[in-house]
Design a protein around this ligand. Structure first.
Ligand code: NAP
Length: 318
């Protein structure tokens, strides 16, 4: 099969298409004929190197943690999936890659929402999983006032929509350049990053927020604790100083936590009911993976970048 890989860390140009062995399908996982894969900030960081996790990768490394495609293989122990199902999801996250290939193993997945393109679905898996997991920790009830910091980003834009789908009144922050992106999300009130929360809430008669999710990692935890009145009503996915603020940092399977896989499983029905969508900033064929990674690095970052298998060879299902 072909795969997008790198054999050394460095700029986007280290990526190339290469022939690789088909992966085996572990128990509890599915093998998909990939139609699209995502390019996340974590994929960019792993390729660039310079972190302990990047240094631990076996090279050459197939990039990508998110993919969507057609199920062509089913691991032992699964009874809720059928060959030919169209799904989207994530690889085994402890592998840190394997999605940007003709075939990929998905460990977490759900049915592909009918209204989503392959590119949108391919880029969405870890954003849905992370947003679901983080919102679960915040225990959001209908009518709750919820802040999402970094609401233009890949995870943040999904979290804002999923919080709104849970009935919350959502305020999503972005920097000035990306405020219009947040404004394009139905039901989300855009707030400029750094604005004082009491100035935002006061005129609306809101005393304080009920919960806050930091998906920006931009050093906002102190302000969020103040805005909600408690460290226990704030969760971050990206700020390593969380403990200093008494705030929960969720890292999912990497920290032995339970996953937000149920968010993937229920997304197709939710998308049909509420119109939850993926903000797609760019879509590139697999052969232009370097351009896709370069695009994913450009700031301001909003939404997701996808790699599309635009010339799929016949799958084992024909
Ligand atoms: N813990 C987990 O399980 C987990 C899972 C997935 C991702 N992550 C981490 O979570 C973070 C977000 O991931 P992602 O994929 O959503 O990244 P992303 O697409 O780059 O989103 C981050 C967003 O935050 C924005 N931002 C930066 N400073 C801000 C500020 N002061 N106020 C409001 N928004 C601000 C960025 O905009 P600009 O480009 O303009 O700065 C960008 O839109 C990353 O650090 C990622 O590594 C953690």
């Amino acid at each position: 099969m072909f795969a997008v890989q790198f054999d050394r860390h460095g700029p986007a140009s280290v990526l190339s298409l290469a022939e690789r062995e088909m992966p085996a399908v572990p128990a509890g996982c599915v093998l998909v004929h990939v139609r699209a894969a995502g390019v996340s900030p974590v994929d960019v960081a792993l390729r660039a190197g310079g972190t302990p996790v990047a240094a631990s990768l076996h090279l050459p490394h197939i990039t990508g943690i998110d993919a969507a495609g057609v199920v062509v293989g089913i691991g032992a122990g699964l009874s809720d999936v059928t060959l030919g199902d169209e799904v989207f999801g994530t690889v085994l996250l402890t592998e840190f890659g394997g999605a940007a290939a003709e075939y990929a193993v998905l460990a977490l997945w759900g049915a592909k929402p009918a209204a989503w393109s392959w590119a949108e679905a391919g880029a969405a898996g870890s954003a849905v999983e992370t947003a679901t997991r983080a919102l679960d920790l915040l225990d959001i009830v209908p009518g709750a006032v919820v802040i999402v910091e970094g609401a233009a980003g890949g995870v943040g834009s999904m979290a804002a929509q999923l919080a709104a789908a849970r009935g919350a009144r959502v305020f999503g922050t972005a920097r000035q350049e990306s405020l219009h992106i947040v404004a394009s999300l139905p039901g989300i009130t855009p707030v400029r990053a750094g604005d004082d929360w009491s100035d935002t809430f006061g005129p609306l008669g809101i005393h304080r927020a009920d919960a806050a999710l930091d998906a920006s990692g931009a050093g906002v935890l102190g302000a969020l604790v103040e805005a909600t009145g408690s460290a226990h009503t704030v969760v971050t996915i990206a700020d390593p100083t969380a403990a200093e603020h008494g705030v929960r940092l969720t890292r999912g399977v990497l920290a032995g936590e339970s996953t937000g896989n149920h968010g993937l499983r229920s997304l197709a029905a939710l998308a049909e009911r509420t119109g939850v969508r993926v903000l797609l900033r760019g879509s590139f064929p697999f052969g232009e993976a370097a351009a896709a990674h370069a695009a994913a690095e450009v700031r301001p970052r909003w939404g997701k970048v996808a790699l599309v298998n635009d010339q799929p060879r016949a799958s084992p299902l024909g």
